[in-house]
Design a protein around this ligand. Structure first.
Ligand code: AMP
Ligand code: ZN
Length: 300
């Protein structure tokens, strides 16, 4: 087998969904080209924008930060240390090592200093699984950090397709209306983008391996039974028997969206939180300010 582009015999990667054999150098080029394609197609950002990549310490977000930096974008990383023992600390170490090795700045905040509690403590005080607060809190602090800039998350093609499948199966129309790789800035808050939308996790793993990027291999210990993992497994088994199915499913949705009438998100009345200014659909306080108040009341 020869590399599709340079015709050398040093093929190291085979991408089933495209039927593409590639040498290492051409794979790295191809990977960055897929990212550039998503950035340009969805008008995510350009070289003049300040871009913040939210990093978890996993392969996807670190690959995104490294790729965008080497592609010449003006990027910095952002990590929220949730205080999960044996997980957040390991991620933090990997991220600090990454930042030093590649001289890419990464800002670190801890939930403990922002909120007064780590994520497991929030769960304990509120008597609910910590996972039910994780997404809200992460989104809140990463959006606050990225105010006035462009926020990038490491969601890949399979993450997006899994969300699409879950929203599809439950006919969550307003979620489908909002699902897109770029969401505009609102009220001074960050524009949100997903430039890895056309690359897979296997590709981000190879990209990290070839660039000697060390990352955390295990996923969050608190989210083991998440339903989204089940949907992802189903999708992957369909992809296995029908290579290319997932990318067609996702791309098909993005183009079909232009022709389908979904309940408009604009109908939702977004206001600013009375206390912190964060955009919210609830009247008065945003979800995080409510969490803060409940934590204060419960721990009195
Ligand atoms: P998850 O919600 O864990 O599926 O992660 C989705 C994306 O959110 C990742 O690809 C990262 O871009 C970002 N992210 C996850 N965890 C963190 C964190 N602790 N700090 C900053 N960004 C994060
Ligand atoms: Zn608020």
């Amino acid at each position: 087998m020869r590399c599709k582009f340079c015709k050398s015999r040093d093929v190291e990667v085979f991408l089933r969904q495209y039927g593409l054999a590639l040498c290492r150098i051409d794979f790295l080029r191809f990977f960055e080209k897929r990212i550039r394609y998503a950035i340009d197609k969805f008008k995510m950002f350009d070289e003049s924008d300040s871009v913040v990549v939210a990093v978890s310490g996993g392969k996807d977000s670190l690959a995104a930060l490294y790729a965008l930096s080497s592609m010449g974008y003006n990027v910095e990383g952002y990590f929220l240390d949730l205080g999960i023992e044996g997980s957040s600390d390991v991620a933090r170490d990997k991220i600090i090592a990454f930042s030093k090795k590649f001289s890419i700045p990464v800002n670190i905040e801890t939930l403990e200093e922002k909120l007064g509690y780590s994520l497991p403590e929030v769960g304990r005080v509120m008597r609910r699984p910590s996972c039910s607060f994780c997404g809200i809190l992460k989104r809140y602090y990463m959006n606050n950090w990225a105010r006035g800039k462009v926020l990038v998350t490491g969601h890949t093609m399979y993450d997006e397709a899994t969300t699409l499948l879950a929203n599809n199966l439950q006919w969550k129309l307003s979620y489908l209306a909002r699902q897109y790789p770029v969401l505009p800035a609102e009220d001074g808050f960050a524009k949100k983008t997903k430039p890895l939308v056309f690359v897979t996790e296997r590709e981000t793993a190879m990209y990290c391996f070839f660039n000697e990027i060390e990352y955390v291999e295990s996923s969050c210990p608190l989210s083991k039974g998440a339903t989204s993992r089940k949907w992802k497994r189903h999708l992957l088994s369909m992809e296995h028997s029908t290579p290319g199915l997932i990318i067609r499913y996702l791309k098909g949705f993005y183009s079909a969206k232009k022709h389908i009438s979904l309940p408009s998100v604009e109908e939702e009345c977004v206001e600013n939180c009375e206390r912190c200014g964060y955009p919210t659909t609830a009247a008065g306080l945003c979800a995080v300010c409510r969490i803060k108040d409940r934590l204060t009341n419960l721990s009195k």
